[in-house]
Design a protein around this ligand. Structure first.
Ligand SMILES: Cc1ncc(COP(=O)(O)O)c(C=O)c1O
Length: 368
């Protein structure tokens, strides 16, 4: 083998801790798997039909870099109307992961600082560091809410962006409308760009979703169909924001992802008209059932959105608890260490069948 086969960049990272849980799940017989962050309902019937129609109609090739026109234009019109920003531009991407990659590539230079809120989605730190950027992590425990004053204190001349995620993975925390407004104002006043990951925006249970983009044209928004329409495998997302940033993302997509999968884009277009209120209500019902069952056994903050509960680990270590859960109950949860420096909590994804949720609750109650 070559002496230095793997680049320093790749060598500096370990496989995502969530992948390790998935690998473990594959080896267990009949595990109770509460580790997977994806909806358990089917993608809309209209989207499934659109898949077949697209394939049969020979729509299997590349698309324009920025996405098929009917989808891109519809999404763009929607965000322009919602935000009252007729200049806002939009590019369809290969999942919201693609959008995140492109937006950070477009914004971050080596040495730039990006403020992230921990616990944070697993991809944020590696993406920033791949680009030679530095993550400045603000620990949001125990409330998991963004503290705008702490953000203000963390901004330095090197700060380029603030990576906000509401509703949040893994905590389910939803930022209050006043907080996102103040954060948007702060970012504008200090010349910092907010990258707002809104992938879970349709999962808000206790208060309406509030985007910082409502308060500033400079906010770059990441969104997608994976969670809202149960289309994780189809890889369709989008980025919208100021035209120069979106143009840079589109240019970068030419040299990286090329385009989002064509069939997925036709499915996404059909999915836009599908009513999603029933699966969303189901998700809320599962959240409420899980909280009611675990209250008294675990300490947690009520998650206002997404589909995760983030309790404190009995014994204080998320890692030790996750190992014990596997060993004693064949139960898979994700330790907090995967999402940042603290390992005090663990993540439960409650988008599972009622049977699995009941088994999970019984196992968690025994483990408490
Ligand atoms: C907060 C957040 N952002 C982005 C993604 C990426 O989703 P996708 O690339 O499937 O759109 C995920 C997936 O779990 C996520 O939780």
């Amino acid at each position: 083998m070559h002496t230095r086969l793997i680049s320093r960049r790749a060598g500096a990272f370990d496989s995502s801790g969530i992948r390790k849980v998935f690998d473990l799940a594959a080896r267990l017989v009949d595990p109770i798997n509460l580790s997977i962050g994806q909806p358990d309902f089917e993608m809309p019937a209209a989207a499934r039909r659109a898949v077949h129609e697209a394939v049969d109609a020979g729509r299997n090739g590349y698309t324009p870099t920025q996405g098929i026109a009917p989808l891109r234009e519809r999404l763009e019109a929607r965000v322009r109307a919602e935000l009252g920003q007729p200049q806002r531009a939009l590019c369809v991407t290969s999942g919201s992961s693609g959008a995140l990659n492109l937006a950070l590539m477009a914004l971050v230079d080596p040495g730039d600082e990006v403020i992230i809120f921990e616990p944070a989605f697993v991809m944020y730190r590696p993406l920033v560091e791949f680009l030679g950027g530095r993550c400045v992590a603000l620990d949001t425990a125990p409330s998991f809410q963004v503290d705008v004053e702490r953000v203000a204190a963390a901004i330095t001349p090197a700060t380029k962006a603030i990576l906000l995620n509401t509703p949040a993975n893994p905590t389910g925390a939803v930022a209050a409308a006043g907080t996102v407004r103040d954060l948007a104002r702060l970012a504008d006043a200090r010349g910092v760009t907010i990258v707002s990951d809104e992938l879970y925006r349709s999962y808000c249970y206790d208060a309406p979703f509030a985007s910082p983009a409502l308060h500033s044209e400079n906010v770059v928004v990441i969104d997608g169909f994976s969670k809202s329409h149960a289309m994780t495998g189809w890889r369709v997302g989008w980025v919208h924001g100021p035209k120069p940033v979106v143009d840079a993302c589109t240019m970068l997509q030419q040299y990286t992802f090329v385009c989002a999968p064509q069939v997925g884009q036709w499915a996404a277009l059909a999915a836009l008209d599908a009513p999603m209120d029933v699966p969303l209500a189901e998700c809320r019902r599962k959240r409420d059932a899980l909280m009611a069952a675990l209250r008294g056994h675990y300490s947690f903050v009520q998650p206002g959105g997404a589909f995760y509960l983030y309790p404190e680990a009995p014994g204080g270590s998320g890692g030790a608890f996750a190992e014990r859960a596997v060993a004693e109950e064949r139960l898979l949860v994700v330790p907090g260490s995967v999402f940042g420096a603290a390992d005090t909590h663990f993540r439960i994804a409650y988008t599972v069948s009622d049977t699995t949720l009941e088994r999970g609750i019984a196992a968690l109650t025994r483990l408490a």
